[in-house]
Design a protein around this ligand. Structure first.
Ligand code: SF4
Ligand code: SF4
Length: 180
């Protein structure tokens, strides 16, 4: 997945949604968003930020505080979070950083802003029960090594879950978040 970090572009007043931060604070996990004072502890302790030039949880929190709804929801970097909760544990202000990121991802998904790679991964899980397509060669190699066949995924159960979270509707959506 290509990493995009649009936050370095100049901010235009027209792209600020002043209500966005309040919407986020009403969502479960986003309540303490406004307490962030940008100390950077979350970024310095984040295992993903350590290996990425663009992924900065502090920046995501700031974009959310500033109301840069389109930027943050369209940012591919939002999807790099590994949900390890280190940031949440270390934040001196009690901001639930990982949960804010989850809230933002959910909003992004509702607006159709899901990177193609994740949509493809979901399709693969639906088809096979596996997160990626296991090459036939590897399956055959297992046989020659005397290993048992791989268990079959329960795609019907996965389909029910995805239907429950309206995955199919959101996967079809494209474009920028509305409401600005
Ligand atoms: S650790 Fe907490 S207060 Fe510091 S930048 Fe991250 S979210 Fe903000
Ligand atoms: S939860 Fe996400 S943002 Fe927080 S430390 Fe882990 S990878 Fe980084």
């Amino acid at each position: 997945m290509a990493e995009t970090a649009p936050a370095k572009e100049p901010i235009r007043a027209s792209e600020i949604d002043p209500k966005f931060k309040y919407e986020l604070t009403k969502m479960h996990g986003g309540e303490k968003l406004l307490k962030c004072f940008q100390c950077g502890t979350c970024t310095s302790d984040c295992p993903i930020a350590r290996f990425s030039d663009t992924y900065r949880p502090r920046q995501i929190i700031r974009m959310a505080q500033l109301g840069l709804k389109n930027r943050v929801l369209n940012s591919d970097t939002l999807w790099l979070c590994a949900a390890c909760f280190t940031c949440t544990d270390r934040c001196p202000q009690g901001v639930e950083v990982a949960s804010v990121i989850r809230v933002l991802r959910n909003l992004a998904a509702e607006n159709g802003c899901v990177p193609q790679v994740f949509k493809e991964q979901a399709c693969c899980i639906l088809e096979s029960g596996y997160a990626y397509k296991i090459p036939e060669l590897r399956v055959k190699k297992r046989e020659t090594q005397g290993l048992p066949p791989l268990p079959k995924g329960n795609s019907e159960s996965v389909r029910k879950t995805l239907k429950g979270v309206k995955f199919f509707e959101t996967a079809e959506k494209k474009g920028e978040p509305s409401g600005q």
